[in-house]
Design a protein around this ligand. Structure first.
Ligand SMILES: [Ca+2]
Length: 353
């Protein structure tokens, strides 16, 4: 990985309209890349992708975040081996581009990043020889216009890929990000009053990703905090979800405990899997268009701000000339949860969720 100092934060793109991005026809396989920092909810999202019949996972790229990069990469490899996921895993960034790392989150995701599972987590497979950002560039070039890039961790790998090859903005089908919070309905952040964890972990990278001329959909806390997976759903997955469902139940015990103690909810919010759902079923979300910037210093570091309604401000021009991105402002939560559960559960004819 190149050093942070060598990375240009804002590659100079020719100003262009973000092309319309037609959705794949229903029933047609969707090619996806999954950028992730497993992470309990990352594991849930990965297994959701793995089990969905329309998803063709081309690769997994890892990033620091919920745990250190050695741990998140080991966890991705372990999940692939454990559940027969053939997609290659490419190891990504160990540190943010500019700011100091925030450190891992064992209080949320456990010391092993996967909820303190019993026993050592083995992985005999080796990662792809390429760093994650090069793997992303190569994959987008191999499948021009076809790949949906789902990113559910800090956005460092995506920013490095943009810096290395700005032309990838014209090669991706769509980018779907789990991150940020936009104050919809008074929703606040989860690591500061205004910041969400993935964005605060690398605000410079997030700003580079959101201001690049490619189609980005941002699934933030405004919607993920409306998708609450309750204890009954976890129990149904444990009983009827096969090996994946049993794993999700086991790995989520520590995570659900954190939510109960720290947030006061019974179950957990569905963060990363909501981004996967948005990639697979975007009609479940209400989106709002407008350019998005990220505060990269000071009291509000990590805050995501969208300029809405096409309004221009004479004395605030930092949003001018940037592409409209899509921010999720509402979600059909019950339908999303049903999609997740039905995808993970073994067929159980005559038994409704
Ligand atoms: Ca994550």
């Amino acid at each position: 990985m190149r050093s942070a100092a060598a990375v240009s934060m804002r590659p100079q793109y020719p100003l262009q309209r973000v092309p319309e991005s037609p959705l794949p026809v229903q029933g047609v396989t969707m090619k996806l890349l999954f950028d992730t920092d497993p992470g309990v909810d990352d594991a849930m999202a990965l297994l959701f992708l793995h089990r969905h019949p329309a998803a063709r996972l081309l690769g997994i790229t890892t990033v620091f975040g919920n745990a250190e990069i050695d741990v998140t990469t080991r966890n991705a490899l372990h999940l692939c081996e454990r559940f027969g996921i053939a997609a290659p895993v490419a190891r990504g960034a160990a540190l943010p581009l500019v700011r100091p790392p925030r450190g891992a989150a064992p209080e949320v995701h456990g010391d092993d990043g996967l909820g303190n599972l019993e026993g050592p987590l083995h992985a005999t497979r080796e990662p792809d020889a390429r760093p994650a950002h090069r793997f992303i560039v190569d994959t987008l070039r191999e499948h021009p216009g076809e790949v949906t890039l789902v990113a559910v961790g800090p956005l460092t790998n995506l920013a490095l890929a943009l810096a290395e090859d700005p032309a990838i903005t014209g090669l991706v089908h769509r980018v779907v990000v789990m991150g940020g919070v936009f104050g919809v309905g008074g929703q606040g952040g989860n690591v500061s009053p205004v910041a969400e964890a993935n964005i605060l972990s690398d605000p410079h990278a997030a700003d580079a990703v959101f201001t690049a001329p490619w189609p980005v959909t941002i699934v933030g806390l405004d919607v993920t905090h409306r998708v609450l997976m309750d204890h009954a759903c976890f129990e149904r997955l444990r009983a009827q979800g096969g090996a994946e469902g049993a794993f999700i139940w086991q790995a989520s015990r520590h995570y659900v405990g954190f939510y109960g103690r720290a947030v006061g909810v019974a179950g957990c919010y569905v963060h990363d899997a909501s981004a996967v759902a948005c990639a697979l079923r975007p009609e479940l979300f209400t989106l709002r268009a407008g350019p998005v910037r990220v505060v990269d210093q000071g009291l509000a570091i990590g805050q995501t701000i969208q300029r809405t309604g096409g309004r221009r401000y004479v004395h605030a021009t930092d949003w001018d000339g940037l592409p409209d991105q899509q921010v999720a402002v509402d979600v059909q939560a019950a339908e999303l949860l049903a999609l997740f559960e039905h995808t993970l559960r073994r067929p159980a004819p005559g038994h409704a969720c």
